[in-house]
Design a protein around this ligand. Structure first.
Ligand SMILES: NC(=O)C1=CN([C@@H]2O[C@H](COP(=O)(O)OP(=O)(O)OC[C@H]3O[C@@H](n4cnc5c(N)ncnc54)[C@H](O)[C@@H]3O)[C@@H](O)[C@H]2O)C=CC1
Ligand SMILES: N[C@@H](CC=O)C(=O)O
Ligand code: NA
Length: 439
């Protein structure tokens, strides 16, 4: 530290949990390297915390009584919001902006739900709200889409964007571990959200997908229109059948441009097992972006955890420091596109989205059920890509029939499934998992 003659930039960190602790440690450990990049030293002027047991050595660092003392501290030029949640975090960030301070946050819920409001206020005040850590942790995917792919018309984005969920699916598949047991480990490792249903029910991934779609397509943030399905109802039987058909099941967020609007959906997805993204395991995330000029790209790295996430927070801090002296009008727009040039193209309801489908039907051991199912599909113009029929299961005498269809509108498969479930030879609900080739 102290290597630059210009005054250090003073930052305040709110929340010293997993990401806050990691950020504190990386800023201290790599201070010199960071200053060589930023052109100024970055000094932690104050912290605000609730825990008496922070994940870093804070000795000698001034502590604020609460986050509002920190945001009102005239010394603090950049506020780093790492407390999580929406309500207090929103208040805190709005106050920081109002006080003319730049903000760095890892909070995807905050950005996905309140981002439009925060960015409008930030523009008014000429400050930056940076959020690289909010999507796919340490992977610099916001920067890649917003800046590196700025020459493209983006066709689609598809990603494994929840580390906890991918960790659970990978451990269950590779080691046969139980869902609840792996989730506990993900929580102990600091991967999971304060409320882990956000991870397993796809809400966290939908927050991130909402942000990705906005910067990819130049649309307002529309979290409430995202279709969200989690991993908690996946069975090991479907994982096994998918593998036998040459697929892996991943929990994907998919945003796709169509002629009628944008698809925005999070759900378990079968992907051909030989795709790179199908082999991204554990807490790793991977985001594929397909642009008209560049074709398909893949960005991969740790999607959660203390220092991988801190890597993104600190990169944002360096960006903020570099941009502090630039004219606010000429900075990279928060959502990549100029705010007065956003598209009003709608987000499509899931019934209008298109996908291929894996269907598992539990049939009575009678001849003719398969023919009836095939008729239901062909009457609706749905082609079958592959069929697998298993032996009758010993415990219930039912025959699992597994089909993979060609691409079709969701409402068409909904109708077909309803007709199948009404057949006398079909028992219970038909399991449906979407299938994407991602090429
Ligand atoms: N854990 C991870 O791998 C990642 C987390 N994030 C996001 O980063 C944010 C922080 O997450 P974590 O560090 O995992 O959570 P955490 O629960 O480990 O840390 C949050 C910290 O903030 C403190 N805090 C809460 N309210 C406070 C207040 N009013 N004043 C002072 N301190 C307060 C808590 O005591 C806690 O120590 C969340 O928005 C999360 O979604 C983003 C990417 C990855
Ligand atoms: N809970 C999130 C943390 C990072 O965003 C995840 O598991 O991906
Ligand atoms: Na990121």
């Amino acid at each position: 530290m102290g290597s630059f003659s210009v005054k250090p930039v003073k930052v305040g960190i709110c929340g010293l949990g997993t990401v806050g602790g990691g950020t504190f440690n990386v800023l201290k450990r790599n201070a010199e390297e960071i200053a060589r990049r930023a052109g100024r030293d970055i000094e932690i002027a104050q912290i605000a915390m609730r825990s008496s047991n922070p994940k870093c050595d804070i000795a000698g660092t001034p502590i604020a009584a609460d986050v509002f003392e920190l945001v009102d501290n005239p010394e603090v030029e950049v506020v780093v919001e790492l407390i999580g949640g929406c309500s207090l975090a929103r208040e805190l960030v709005l106050k920081a902006i109002d006080n003319g301070k730049h903000v760095v946050t890892a909070n995807k819920a905050l950005i996905a739900v309140h981002g439009d409001e925060l960015f409008a206020k930030a523009r008014e005040k000429g400050v930056i709200v940076a959020f690289e850590a909010a999507v796919a942790g340490g992977i610099p995917v916001i920067k890649a889409i917003r800046e590196g792919l700025a020459g493209n018309r983006i066709n689609w984005v598809a990603g494994i964007i929840n580390g906890t969920g991918n960790f659970i699916l990978s451990e269950m598949r590779e080691k046969g571990r139980a869902f609840a047991d792996v989730l506990k480990e993900a929580q102990a490792l600091g991967y999971a959200e304060a409320d882990p249903t956000f991870d397993v029910e796809g809400i966290d991934a939908a927050h991130k997908l909402t942000i990705l779609a906005s910067i990819a397509f130049g649309i307002p943030l529309q979290f409430d229109k995202a279709y969200t399905e989690g991993i908690s109802r996946l069975t090991s039987a479907d994982v096994g059948y998918a593998e036998a058909l040459g697929y892996r099941i991943k929990h994907l967020g998919i945003a796709r441009r169509t002629a009628e609007g944008f698809e925005l959906r999070v759900h378990p997805t079968l992907i051909p097992a030989d795709r790179l993204i199908a082999n991204v395991n554990g807490v790793m995330n991977a985001v594929m972006v397909n642009g008209d000029a560049v074709g398909s790209t893949l960005f991969c790295g740790a999607g959660a955890g203390m220092e991988p996430t801190a890597s993104a927070v600190v990169a944002d801090l360096v960006d903020v420091v570099r941009a502090m002296t630039s004219d606010p009008e000429n900075r990279v727009p928060h959502l990549a596109f100029q705010p007065d040039a956003l598209s009003a193209h709608p987000i499509l309801p899931i019934s209008s989205c298109e996908s291929a489908y894996y269907l598992r039907i539990q049939a009575k051991d009678h001849p003719g059920v398969l023919a009836q199912v095939a008729t239901i599909l062909s009457e609706r113009g749905i082609n079958i890509e592959s069929i697998m029929q298993k032996e009758a299961e010993e415990h219930d005498g039912l025959v699992p029939m597994i089909l993979v269809t060609h691409r079709v509108r969701e409402r068409c498969i909904d109708e077909a499934i309803a007709a199948m479930e009404a057949l006398e030879g079909v028992v219970g609900k038909v399991v449906r998992i979407r299938v994407e080739q991602l090429n």
